[in-house]
Design a protein around this ligand. Structure first.
Ligand SMILES: *Cc1c(COP(=O)(O)O)cnc(C)c1O
Length: 819
């Protein structure tokens, strides 16, 4: 079913009737089903195939034009693509969503039910993977010639169940029933090598032995919004180079034959469900190398198809490293030039160092890829030699006159002189790239000032900033049709590709008729979410309550526990004073914790435990409720975000590189409660300080507090409210029937664990800003005008703007249109 080998002529009719016919044709000829026995899944597959028919010819025309014009292409390397469901996205981009809905309704089908049959493509953990997906959408929309490259994980991000308040993970077997979007191209497979050793053949190193692995490309076609350009996301799946080892089998070595196959297939088996924290696993290094090597060989093959002279390589190829994970590409392209194409070292380095651009996505030190030298040498012996040589030349190039030269050399070296030694992949990425950027103004400044300071001293011109963005096609048009219609009614239909047009809404901010409509949109979205959550989880949510939302990966630096402490404090105050005048508020939290991150899982348990208590306490549950929504992903985000009144962006200042959830929520008219961190700062500048709630220590203050000694235990001992709340949380009262120690790790981390993310230090500022939120929410007109102003001011945060900046400032890329 995954193959699309039809021999009939497809219709490209875009009327509801034509679409209906195409769906029925696929149901019959591709699936061999008839309408009376077809399941909703069959209908989904047929609809996706109909949609793909409209994409394929555009793709062929795009590729033909790129080839004819010998264009420069962007190759985007990312270990994650968090795509979600493609059908609604693709139909919107093609401009046939309404016709398709009509066709399905005409067939007596429930459109939402059919769309929800699509397995979500969760080949990503969170913001980084979703950014890659938004960028693909913008690249095609803006007509840039681009390929995405990544891994075809057999299992994407785990499915999260909440059982008795605990996170329980289930594997995400997303390809089980086949994926109609995929085009498998075994003819373009690549063979890569691992392990082995280096032999010398007349002074020339030759990498021999070890294992050979086959990489098979799975292509996803990515249409842009109302754009003639369709780009490709090429994901590699690992296989054994021998389909079946008949010889070993005949020798009686059946298990030997199977074990080999199983090792090869394990490489693309599973997405590492880690967000931020590093894992030192051999398989992860192999995953990185596997996808990078397959992709680079594919790129060199395509280059040699269109060009003859490697001197043209940097003017035709730009490779973007989406974070440090694919940094091994720099050593691998050197190896390909040196060993496979016999270019001299200096020429190879000249070419390589003009092709790569690198985006750093985090300042968290534990997330910088470092591999032990013995592991690296075992898996990639030739690459270690190359890295040593790059390092030698890098260190030799440091001017002898530079102050504190030894210290600087120690910091920029590609090798960390620990026991065992470590290969620093971020340093490799920096020294091999012609451009390095952070993802928000603050983050880029901190890279220059702190993490990459020595490199910045040596080469300040390499450093840039490109603030992240989000695609308005998904995060407004598809997710929030009510608001989209209202916007189009007010300012016309150009905004999805020119989001700064939203500025036009500013003239409606004080318009009572528009305010009323805007409020009605928000109210309807809230009612819809509330009934969805009632239906699925039996949550009881009053649509008139303030919807206070914190949805993102669970991590200490994102401080869901700061949110929780405030909720606890509100609970306490309501018990003490039942007449406390607050607007009813429902706190919604959602997000996954890395399976090995015990404290994050403890935070989930704590949220559920406190929520359970509050929601069942009749003394307070008309005023506050707290729910944790399971299995946060793109789909849930698209339901929660349009219904939010308040967006919690409360990371410890200096820790969140950018954030994109903050942009999605503000665009949809939620007011941000946030720290001066990541893109919050730029959102503040865009919306103005009257329309956002900023609180807490700034990055510089956090740094100083760290340096002078921060003692969270002292706060606990001297601050009666904090002491009360932490003792309460740890008392066992919220976990009846379980050991009272269940929530102790969380409490402990905030007291004797030193509170590494300054939760206690920011608690009172947070509590104060939250009471301001409550007061302001009571003035409905004022609040709505602020919400409108947020929507109107967020245009700059479109991923189209990010991609334009990359294209002009870093990639030097021009659009290419099919003829
Ligand atoms: C946008 C998004 C994120 C990133 O959220 P942040 O608040 O920026 O951390 C994570 N997961 C999903 C599903 C998203 O859509």
């Amino acid at each position: 079913m995954t193959s699309r080998s039809g021999y009939w002529r497809f219709t490209t009719d875009t009327t509801p009737e034509g679409i209906r016919e195409a769906i029925l044709t696929h149901l019959r000829l591709s699936l061999a089903r008839s309408p009376d026995t077809a399941t909703p899944f069959d209908w989904w597959v047929s609809t996706a195939m109909m949609c793909q028919d409209h994409i394929v010819d555009q793709f062929l025309a795009t590729y033909r034009a790129q080839k004819a014009d010998k264009v420069k292409r962007l190759y985007f390397f990312s270990l994650e693509y968090f795509l979600g469901r493609l059908l609604p996205q693709n139909l919107i981009n093609l401009g046939i969503l309404e016709q398709t809905k009509k066709a399905l309704t005409g067939l007596g089908l429930d459109v939402d039910q059919i769309f929800e049959e699509e397995p979500q493509i969760g080949l990503g953990n969170g913001g980084l993977g979703r950014l890659a997906a938004c960028f693909l959408d913008s690249l095609s929309t803006l007509r840039y010639p681009a390929f995405g490259y990544g891994l075809h994980y057999e299992f994407g991000l785990f499915h999260q169940d909440i059982i008795n308040g605990y996170q329980v993970e289930r594997p995400d077997d997303w390809t089980r029933f086949g994926v109609p979007w995929e085009i498998i191209r075994p003819r373009f497979s690549q063979v890569i090598r691992l392990y082995g050793s280096i032999e010398w053949d007349k002074q020339k190193p030759v990498w021999v032995g070890g294992k050979e692995i086959l990489g098979v490309p799975y292509d996803y076609l990515i249409p842009g919004y109302r754009s003639p350009v369709v780009n490709v996301l090429r994901l590699w799946r690992s296989k054994s180079t021998v389909e079946f080892d008949l010889e070993a089998f005949n020798r009686g070595g059946y298990f030997e034959a199977v074990a080999e196959k199983s090792f090869c297939e394990s490489i693309s088996k599973v997405l590492y469900p880690n967000d931020k924290t590093e894992i030192g696993r051999e398989l992860r290094l192999i995953q990185q190398y596997f996808f990078v090597s397959c992709s680079l060989h594919d790129i060199v093959r395509r280059f040699l198809n269109e060009h003859t002279d490697f001197d043209d390589f940097p003017s035709k190829v730009v490779i973007h490293l989406n974070d440090t994970h694919p940094a091994i590409a720099i050593a691998e392209l050197m190896r390909i030039f040196l060993d496979e194409h016999n270019l001299p070292w200096s020429k190879s380095w000249e070419l390589v160092s003009q092709c790569f651009a690198y985006t750093n996505h985090t300042l968290m030190p534990e997330a910088l890829e470092k591999w032990s030298v013995p592991l690296f040498e075992r898996v990639l012996p030739r690459h270690l030699q190359i890295i040593y040589e790059i390092n030698k030349q890098l260190l030799d190039s440091v001017p002898t006159t530079i102050p504190q030269r030894d210290e600087l050399i120690r910091q920029i070296s590609l090798i960390e002189e620990t026991q065992p030694k470590l290969v620093r992949m971020a340093n490799l990425a920096i020294c091999g790239s012609y451009s390095i950027n952070g993802v928000s103004a603050l983050h880029s400044e901190l890279l220059k000032k702190e993490l990459f300071h020595p490199f910045y001293i040596l080469n300040p011109k390499k450093f840039h900033n490109v603030t992240n963005g989000i695609t308005p096609r998904l995060w407004l048009l598809a997710s929030n049709p009510r608001l989209s219609n209202l916007i189009t009614e007010a300012i016309g239909e150009d905004w999805p590709t020119d989001l700064e047009k939203l500025e036009g809404l500013k003239s409606f901010v004080a318009d009572p008729a528009f305010q009323e409509k805007y409020e009605l949109v928000k109210q309807s979205n809230k009612a819809e979410l509330s009934s969805l959550l009632k239906q699925r989880y039996n949550f009881v949510i009053d649509p008139d309550a303030l919807f206070d939302v914190q949805v993102k990966r669970i991590h200490e630096y994102k401080r869901q526990h700061l949110n929780l402490l405030h909720i606890l404090s509100l609970y306490r105050r309501l018990l003490d004073n039942p007449n406390l005048d607050i607007h009813p508020r429902v706190f919604l939290l959602a997000g996954k914790a890395a399976p090995g991150y015990d404290l994050a899982k403890c935070i989930i348990k704590a949220i559920n435990a406190v929520g359970n208590k509050i929601n069942n306490d009749p003394r307070v549950n008309k005023k506050i409720r707290l729910y944790f929504v399971p299995n946060y992903g793109i789909w849930l985000a698209s339901k929660i975000i349009p219904a939010a009144d308040v967006s919690e962006q409360i990371s410890t200042a200096g820790k969140e590189a950018s954030g994109t959830g903050n942009m999605k929520l503000a665009l949809n008219g939620a007011l941000t409660v946030g720290t001066m961190d990541g893109a919050n700062i730029e959102i503040l500048e865009a919306v103005g300080e009257q329309n956002i709630f900023i609180f807490g220590l700034k990055a510089e203050e956090i740094r100083q507090l760290s340096a002078t000694g921060y003692c969270s235990r002292k706060i606990y001992e001297t601050d009666p409210e904090i002491k009360y709340l932490l003792d309460w949380l740890g008392s066992g009262e919220f976990t009846p029937g379980e050991s009272p120690a269940v929530l102790q790790p969380l409490v402990h981390s905030l007291i004797d664990g030193g509170d590494p993310f300054f939760v206690l230090a920011d608690f009172h500022a947070y509590k104060e800003i939250q009471s301001k939120v409550d007061q302001q929410y009571k003035d409905r007109k004022m609040w709505i005008s602020k919400a409108i102003l947020n929507t109107a001011s967020l245009g700059w945060f479109s991923s189209d703007r990010s991609i334009q900046q990359y294209a002009s400032m870093i990639w030097h890329l021009a659009p290419c249109l099919p003829k």
